[in-house]
Design a binder for this molecule. Structure first.
Ligand code: PLP
Length: 423
């Protein structure tokens, strides 16, 4: 029995799906300790947008360590943090006229969401948050209350309160979902908020992933997201976008909502923002909301991590011109050409997504599980998500070489046919 089975907590999850010991990783490949290589279409659940051990980031980090750069600093000012903030302002915020402040917190996505919820409640003096079906926002209690999946909620051990869950406004009707998404639901909500006798008060915030990842790769419709933004503004609620998994270039531009014509008050970022896989989380908060914080109120030991600032600054150089984003558009087309025919061939399959985040909803958790495990045997890492784990999610590094992308797509398509035909 390995040390993992002997001593690692029962909580272990992904390692049960890929039961080998990984040893090395480079760009879109991981190698296990026996030398078997895998093409990685999982990419640390959206962390590794720029690949494993990205050469540019690795070099910047090694140089930084060798020069005795500050690795840990709580929230003290460091040159690494200044470089990151200046570059982020210049490359991401200024071109979009975003006045937002940057708040660093403990380096996980769930911590970013917690901070957003706190400041929204503080700024509005209200308690309720409106979150959406299939939304995934993290595992700490506040974020978990906003997460929809009962499999995660059940572990809380206490009631998860002060959150109302409404149907998410999908771009396409997802599979056999009967939740009734759409703008009409927002109209009903508006009417209730406007009627002083409806029993419903406007919330502190609306929290939404413009592109849901763990929930099964559901893309919000532009009209719905715009209607939601307007509703938030009209009722004085804070609009929080969780772009933790879909942001940082994944969908073909820096934010997943860049083409949606919306203006969020808070944007939560984590995962890809640290560039190479070292942790970092950051909220972008409009100054009129941010001013409600008092110094140190949402503190944390690892607020902004030296090496993540260094690698994260390097990552921003990918957005100084449109080379990478054009490549993402090209690779997205390659991916869709390969997988869209699966949706044409099988009525129970729906393919959806945005940019290089694509979900193949195969209609059943068992089938998705079989596809994931057969792909793994053939040397491809993919994972399942969505209700009952029925959606195979493809999120390869944006920097994946064409040959690895082809291998991964060929393997996935062939395996999906095998599993669907066997059923
Ligand atoms: N929000 C979204 C959209 C996520 O996909 C995740 C993680 O998958 C989180 C929040 C939570 O991030 P973390 O696991 O770093 O706490």
């Amino acid at each position: 029995m390995s040390i993992f089975e002997q001593r690692e907590s029962e909580i272990r999850g992904y390692c049960r799906v890929y039961p080998v010991v990984f040893d090395k990783a480079e760009n879109a490949r991981q190698t296990d300790e026996n030398g078997k290589e895998y093409v990685d279409f999982f990419a640390g659940a959206g962390v590794l947008n720029f690949g494993h051990n990205n050469e540019r980031m690795k070099k910047a980090m090694i140089d930084y360590i060798q020069s005795n750069g500050v690795l840990h600093s709580l929230d003290l000012h460091t040159t690494a943090k200044r470089r990151f903030m200046e570059r982020f302002t210049k490359v991401i915020l200024e071109p979009r006229n975003m006045p937002h402040k940057m708040q660093f917190m403990g380096p996980t996505g769930t911590n970013a969401v917690e901070a957003a919820l706190k400041i929204a409640r503080r700024a509005t003096g209200r308690r309720e948050i409106v979150a959406f079906s299939h939304g995934f926002h993290g595992m700490t209690l506040g974020a978990l209350a906003c997460t929809s999946n009962q499999a995660f909620r059940g572990a809380a051990g206490i009631p998860l309160e002060h959150v109302r869950h409404l149907p998410f406004g999908c771009e396409t009707k997802c599979g056999d979902c009967k939740l009734g998404c759409g703008i009409e639901r927002l109209d009903e909500l508006r009417a209730a908020y406007e009627d002083g006798s409806s029993g419903l008060l406007p919330p502190a915030a609306f929290l939404v992933e413009p592109v849901q990842a763990e929930g099964g790769v559901n893309v919000a419709s532009k009209a719905w997201l715009q209607a939601l933004s307007k509703l938030a503004k009209d009722v004085g609620a804070v609009l929080i976008f969780d772009d933790i998994q879909a942001g940082c270039g994944r969908t073909g531009s820096y934010f997943s909502f860049d083409d949606m014509g919306v203006d969020p008050d808070i944007v939560c970022l984590a995962k890809g923002i640290g560039g190479i896989g070292t942790p970092l989380a950051m909220n972008l908060v409009k100054p009129e909301i941010d001013k409600h914080w008092s110094p140190g109120e949402h503190t944390g030991t690892f607020r902004g991590q030296g090496l993540s600032f260094v690698a994260g600054t390097e990552a921003l150089s990918y957005f100084e011109n449109d080379e990478l984003m054009q490549d993402v558009t090209r690779k997205t087309a390659t991916m869709r050409e390969a997988v869209d025919p699966l949706g044409d061939r099988y009525t129970s399959i729906q393919v959806r997504g945005k940019g290089m985040m694509i979900g193949i909803d195969v209609g059943s958790g068992e089938k998705a599980k079989a596809i994931v495990s057969k792909c793994f045997e053939k040397g491809l890492l993919v994972s399942a998500c969505g209700s009952g784990g029925r959606v195979v999610k493809l999120i390869p590094p944006l920097t994946i070489p064409d040959s690895d992308l082809k291998f991964g797509l060929d393997t996935l398509v062939e395996t999906t046919h095998q599993v669907m035909e066997a059923a």
